[in-house]
Design a binder for this molecule. Sequence first.
Ligand code: NAI
Length: 482
Amino acid sequence: MVKICCIGAGYVGGPTMAVIAFKCPSVEVAVVDISVPRITAWNSDKLPIYEPGLDEVVKKCRGTNLFFSNEIEKHVAAADIVFVSVNTPTKTSGLGAGKAADLTYWESAARMIADVSKSSKIVVEKSTVPVKTAEAIEKILTHNSKGIEFHVLSNPEFLAEGTAITDLFNPDRVLIGGREENAGGLKAIQTLKDIYAQWVPQERIICTNLWSAELSKLAANAFLAQRISSVNSISALCEATGANVTQVSSAVGKDSRIGSKFLNASVGFGGSCFQKDILNLVYICECNGLPEVANYWKQVIKINDYQKNRFVNRLVSSMFNTISGKKIAILGFSFKKDTGDTRETPAIDVCKGLLNDKAQLVIYDPQVPETQIFKDLSTPKFDWDQLGSTIQITEDAVKQSVKVVHNAYEATKDSHAICILTEWDEFKSLDYQKIYNNMPKPAYMFDGRNVVDVAKLRQIGFIVYSIGKPLDPWLKDMPAIA
Ligand code: NAI
């Protein structure tokens, strides 16, 4: 029986390994983590992350060929293949702060693998890492090994949160990078390929050299984020000209060279990866003497921040330039629908912007717990994060001005305005007439995800702002925004 150990039981490690165990009954998978609460949750009925379909997969395999444990060293020592899926956040201090990936967790995992291993292993980079990380990992492993062979592979993960299980069941591609130049490297590639081949068609398993695999992941995220910033930049022009961004992106996307996916205008992208990976790409470009390339990609993040600021400015200017003391309902806090993940969610910057203008916020999200919302709104941004909003709100101010509630009707009751910041399906089918009846007038809707039927809401009586859509006559008369 092939034994796999995955270090890191997070959004990637947990679902990825659950699907490998599900699809490969002859493989034993242990997912290990330093966090005791996380592992306890993986072994309970309430998994630590929300992902449609994940519960069923975990329940089917847990205790049979899928195990979650804090006994890291024991499982690493016993494994033939060790995946490393630890977090690789942006460095917050020292050289490269604000751009470079912080590989502290990765390095400590690699040192531990070298220390506890008594048999040869394939070590797989699952985390997103800077190109050339495998070289550093190889050095750590071989330097400390006792005649044991280690083969490092890069197998970046392309799943998207919210659709992780379907993405893993039916991936567009599986990418495996390795040392194609030597027999040991080729054998390691083949071993991992054999695992995926148990459910992924051969033609979708792509094998490359290590550096191509590492860089492909950074490039893929940069391209995806770039599409969102591109359509968001056009949304600003739509508002200025009377064009409709939905019509424009639909027409643009019909070109088969462009394609229709990832062309929805919104308040901005979020999630733990896009900004971090682009910053990392920018840093790598700078380190390789390519400032023009670095600046090109930096612009993707700048447009994202511009879009969030533009949304806040639009709201404030539409409401007679003051929202002080006004109650604003926030529908959705996670960075996208079908996940409870709030890392880099645009809702944080938008809410901070509104709090800075002294609004009273009532927030509802179907999956994000109250404690997480309070934590996100009172955590200061790092000094280096000059690109984004630098507004700092004290914990006390958050406590005084923010309330978290359990449904959309409670959130919107008596509110002067509604902001939709996540595209949860339930926001499409709310009873907006009832909501309107319970709001002071004029009642505003600021739809940051193009969820609502603008014409219908205007008919009800709402003043509606929807990203990139022709402006409500009311909004046209308001002062121009930056
Ligand atoms: P996460 O923060 O949810 O999980 C990482 C886990 O690693 C944590 O539970 C942490 O306790 C654990 N950990 C850290 N150091 C450890 C150590 N030395 N030993 C044992 N456990 C340790 O992070 P997430 O979202 O799963 O991301 C992991 C990597 O995958 C990152 O590099 C990320 O960029 C990449 N990625 C993330 C995607 C996503 O949608 N979240 C998608 C594709 C890639």
